[in-house]
Write a protein that binds this ligand. Structure first.
Ligand SMILES: Cc1cc2nc3c(=O)[nH]c(=O)nc-3n(C[C@H](O)[C@H](O)[C@H](O)COP(=O)(O)OP(=O)(O)OC[C@H]3O[C@@H](n4cnc5c(N)ncnc54)[C@H](O)[C@@H]3O)c2cc1C
Length: 304
C-alpha cells in the first residue's frame, strides 16, 4: 500500500509574513519527495505519520509543569489517541498553533514512541503573545501541530561542539541522547551551555547522565548566578562551571582543542548569542560550511 500524498495546506495555514520556510514551499518539497518515493518503490511501506509537514493535526496537552526561570515543560500527544509514529529527528522543530491562529516553532526534547507524544520546553516571555496564551491553557486543551521542519545533518564528523543559550539547549538535549544511544556513533560531543543561573539550567539531570559518557562533556556558563555555594555540589553532576558568559578566551581554548578533528559547530540561542558565537568561530577561520544554526537561519547572520 502506498503512503498517501502530502496534504495540501489551506490558505489559512500560511501566515503571509514571508517565512523562510513557508508552508507552501514545504508542500512543494514534500510532493517532490513523495513522487521520488513512488518512483523508487520506497512508498510501498504504509507510513502512519501522526504529523504532517503541510497540514496541522490536533494535539492534546497531556501535562504542563514549571521548570524554573520562566520555563515550562509541555507534553503534547496526538488526539484522538492514535497508533503511528512521529517522524521528528532531534534538532528539528514543529509548529504549534493556537485556536486564535497564532503559531510558533518549538524544538522537541523527547519523543515518546508508545503514546505518540512529544515534549517541548517553553520559555515564557513577558508580553509574549503565544507563550502568554499557552500558559493560560490547561491539560486536555487542544492545539494544532505541523512539522517537522529544519534539523541538521551531523554524520561524518569526528566531533560535534554545541553552543546553547537558555532554552536553545532544547535542540541539543535530544540530539546528544540519541547519539549516545547509537552504538555506532563515536563522535566526541561537547556542549557549552549558557544559562543565567544554576537553577535555570534546563534538564540538568539528563545532561549530567550524558556527561558521564566517555565521549560527552558538558560545560556550563552562568551569567548572573549570585549564590555560588550551591555550585560546589556540582561535582555530583559531572559538570564544569564557569562564571560569566562564554568569553573570547574560552572560545580560543574550545577551538584549540578541536584541532585535527573534523568538527561540526552547532549554535542555538537568541539572536545576540548566535551572532556572538558565529563571529568568534569566524575569527578562528572555521569554515561556514561546518557551522549550523538549529533554526537554519545562518544566512541571516552578519558575516564579519
Ligand atoms: C526554529 C525555532 C525553534 C524554537 N524552539 C523553541 C523551544 O524549543 N523553546 C522555546 O521556548 N522557544 C523556542 N523558539 C522560540 C519560540 O518560537 C517563540 O518565538 C517564543 O516562544 C516567543 O513567542 P511569544 O509569541 O510568546 O513572544 P512574542 O510575542 O513573539 O515576543 C514577545 C517578546 O518576547 C521576547 N522574545 C520572544 N522570543 C524571544 C527569543 N527567542 N529570545 C529572546 N527574547 C524573545 C522579545 O522581547 C519580544 O519582544 C524557537 C524558535 C525557532 C525559530
Amino acid at each position: 500500500m502506498y503512503d498517501p500524498p502530502p496534504e495540501p495546506p489551506s490558505e489559512s495555514d500560511c501566515c503571509g509574513t514571508g517565512c523562510a520556510d513557508c508552508v507552501f514551499d514545504v508542500y512543494d518539497r514534500e510532493c517532490a519527495r513523495w513522487q521520488r518515493r513512488r518512483q523508487t518503490g520506497e512508498g510501498d511501506r504504509l507510513r502512519r505519520d501522526l504529523l504532517s509537514a503541510t497540514t496541522h493535526r490536533p494535539y492534546r496537552i497531556v501535562s504542563a509543569r514549571p521548570l524554573g526561570d520562566d520555563v515550562h515543560a509541555y507534553t503534547f500527544a496526538a488526539t484522538p489517541k492514535a497508533v503511528g509514529r512521529l517522524p521528528v529527528a532531534y534538532t528539528q522543530h514543529v509548529h504549534v498553533r493556537l485556536a486564535n491562529g497564532l503559531s510558533r516553532p518549538y524544538t522537541p526534547v523527547a519523543v515518546g514512541d508508545d503514546d505518540c507524544s512529544f515534549d517541548v520546553l517553553v520559555k515564557v516571555y513577558p508580553g509574549g503573545r503565544f507563550t502568554g496564551r499557552l500558559l493560560e491553557m490547561n491539560v486536555d486543551d487542544v492545539v494544532e501541530v505541523r512539522g517537522p521542519s529544519g534539523g541538521v545533518r551531523h554524520d561524518g564528523y569526528d566531533s560535534i561542539v554545541m553552543f546553547g543559550g537558555g532554552t536553545g539547549v532544547a535542540g541539543f538535549v535530544g540530539l546528544i541522547g540519541s547519539l549516545l544511544d547509537d552504538d555506532k556513533c563515536e563522535a566526541l560531543l561537547r556542549l557549552h551551555y549558557s544559562s543565567k543561573t544554576l537553577n535555570g539550567v534546563l534538564m540538568r539531570k539528563e545532561l549530567a547522565g550524558y556527561a558521564a559518557y566517555w565521549n560527552c562533556a558538558v560545560h556550563l556558563y552562568l551569567t548572573r548566578e549570585r549564590d555560588w555555594s550551591q555550585c560546589s555540589k556540582s561535582f555530583w553532576y559531572n559538570e564544569n562551571i564557569t562564571e560569566g558568559r562564554i568569553s573570547q578566551d574560552n572560545m580560543a581554548e574550545i577551538i584549540d582543542k578541536q584541532q585535527n578533528l573534523r568538527t561540526l559547530w552547532l549554535i542555538c540561542g537568541n539572536d545576540e548569542f548566535n551572532q556572538y558565537i558565529f563571529n568568534s568561530l569566524q575569527i578562528y577561520n572555521i569554515k561556514q560550511d561546518h557551522i549550523q544554526l538549529l533554526d537554519n537561519s545562518i544566512k541571516d547572520l552578519k558575516v564579519s
